[in-house]
Design a binder for this molecule. Sequence first.
Ligand SMILES: *Cc1c(COP(=O)(O)O)cnc(C)c1O
Length: 400
Amino acid sequence: MNIDVPRHIVSLDKILPSEPLLMMGAGPVPIPHRVAQANSIVINHVGQTMSQIIEQVKDMSRYVFQTHSQHILGVAGPGSAAMEMAIVNLIEPSSTVVSICNGFFSSRLAEMAERINAQVERINVPDGQPVDLAVVAAYLEKHQPKTLTMVQGETSSTVYNGNIRQICNLARQYNTQVIVDAVCTLSTMPLKMDKWGVDAVITGGQKGLASIPGVSLVAFSTNAWERIESRPDRLHHWCLDAKLADKFWNKKSYHYTAPVSGILALHEALRLICHETLRVRFERHLRCSKALQAGIEALGLELFIPEEIRLNSVVGIVVPNGVDSATLLDNMRRRYRVEISGSFGPPIVRIGQMGEQSRSHNLFRTLHALGSSIKTMGVNVDVPGGVAKLESTLESFEQD
Ligand SMILES: *Cc1c(COP(=O)(O)O)cnc(C)c1O
């Protein structure tokens, strides 16, 4: 029996909206034109041209991660593949891990460790609360883990862990290596890998870096690399084996065919970050996110997380009583061509502030779309008041 040509297939232009939606959710984020252009090119995955590009990607990554480490590796895959690469290479089966869990992604790190049969001790932090350093110290003392995992920004609950440095200081006393997921935060707020003593930092393409999904990065410290090199066992994972990936990323040889177009896109995304400089980029993200938050509150809406531990890269907004969040998102899409995100659990919707999302013209459009859509759903929000507050807050930063 032959299988017939499917007759119902239509071309993409019939599926995609004629005008792209403004992507203001928790990722993927809009990509700059140069990144899109680079992503349209295919080159040989080995050879002179590729080597030069890889060297530059690593040099720029060292700046973005703030590390001198020689162990920057790319991975063909989502942010989760980079998470798994850090986990499976650094954590030996049956070794003990402490995982600080503030939501969906930090718990994913714990689950990945469990799946390779590590002994995982979770610190479950309730939404809206910071992780208590005394609790972390007690877990380290009690369990003497070889590894601790955490996120810098928990995209799902919109919590920010601002105490990576203190946690690394504690961990060092127990020879515990620290893995930090910086998928949504890297290049949007400070992360100093070497200075803070982080052993592995993970990022994806489609969030803080404002590249495409599907190519991700991991940076291992010298310490972490020593642990990887000295492991006696052979990894169950072939694609994610850091020693094999090192052949391509550092030894100009072959592991698997690298996602060349995606690496070119990443190169451009990193180059734009270097051009902007981290200092200016952090300021832009802070100003835009704070102004957006002020605008949302001036609409009369409530932010989900208290200011001290609120993530700026992804802002969580409490959905008002009587509003169905799926209908709200749908209204924003249909009427205003703005896409924001729903939730993985908490009663919130989420607006991203990563890369091109942190531009004032995108903020005005998104805040207006949010306010107007909620208003048409019967909840009285102050749209002009919100927009005015957004403007005045943006201006107040400019005068600083
Ligand atoms: C999105 C995200 C991930 C997972 O990235 P994928 O590319 O979806 O696999 C991991 N951690 C954080 C903090 C994220 O925001």
